[in-house]
Design a protein around this ligand. Structure first.
Ligand code: ZN
Length: 267
């Protein structure tokens, strides 16, 4: 995000990036997994972690996770939506845009170098950057889903209705609308996780970006890939659960490392 990160990429990580680029060129299938570290440079605060002087507080330091639990949605949908509106403002403010890491991943896909993009993020920025083969493991806050009939629609107009006082917002069928994300107390959608597992098992290179790889079940995916013989590359500012095991362990900001990787593929 700043000059130091770019220097890191060109220095200690530079040689590793060009070798990784060669592996990606030779690979039949490449899969990427992204976490909060890819969203933070767009101005979205991380959900977990330590408070720091130079960044926003983690979301769960300023909002109570219990307010966003499935039980709360069922018991008090009006209060849930009031808190959800406040959470949305904390997360996205007046709007957020994809950053250089999102753009680089979209570029990799459009050049045929990335088959599937798995993400733990719910901000919808990969799709906004133009990535098409995206598996949103925890759903997306860009959409709402009717809790009764299952129909889905864009979230923005629904949040407008909530702002205007419709709490909870309801579907034409009378059901309560829900953000199309996995709430605490809800299971990950089977279909998304099945697709993710299959992609991890079949890939030759697994690139994990901006995730501590500590939160299950997404944390299982690098292991599935590595056990199936894939090269494991990790790009993260800090040490991860897989740092000891990864073939490439790049301590770098994703907005510096991924554009550098794309540039290395050109060379
Ligand atoms: Zn409905």
């Amino acid at each position: 995000m700043d000059g130091n990160d770019a220097e890191d990429v060109e220095g200690a990580n530079g040689a590793a990036l060009s070798t990784l680029a060669s592996e990606i060129e030779a690979a039949e299938r490449v899969v990427a997994l992204t976490g909060a570290g890819v969203s933070v440079p767009s101005g979205i605060p991380p959900f977990r972690g330590e408070s720091s002087d130079d960044g926003p507080d983690p979301v769960w330091e300023t909002h109570d996770p219990a307010d966003f639990h499935r039980r709360r949605f069922d018991a008090d949908p009006e209060g849930f939506w009031t808190d959800r509106l406040a959470l949305r403002e904390t997360l996205y403010g007046d709007g957020v845009e994809p950053n250089a890491a999102h753009e680089a991943l979209a570029t990799l896909e459009s050049r045929g170098r990335l088959d599937t993009l798995l993400t733990q993020n719910v901000d919808g920025l990969h799709a906004a950057a133009g990535s098409e083969s995206v598996v949103e493991l925890h759903g997306t806050s860009a959409r709402v889903v009717c809790d009764r009939c299952g129909s889905t629609g864009p979230a923005d107009p629904v949040f407008e209705r909530v702002r205007d006082g419709e709490r909870p917002p309801t579907c034409d069928c009378g059901g309560v609308l829900k953000p199309d994300v996995v709430l605490f107390g809800e299971a990950l959608p089977d279909e998304a996780f099945d697709r993710a597992q299959t992609a991890a098992r079949r890939c030759d290179v697994f690139l994990a970006v901006g995730s501590s790889l500590a939160v299950r079940p997404a944390a299982l995916l690098p292991e599935i890939a590595a056990d199936s013989g894939a090269t494991l590359a990790v790009v993260n500012l800090d040490e991860t659960e897989y740092s000891g095991r990864a073939d490439y362990d790049l301590r770098a900001d994703a907005t510096a490392a991924l554009p550098a990787l794309v540039a290395a593929l050109d060379g």
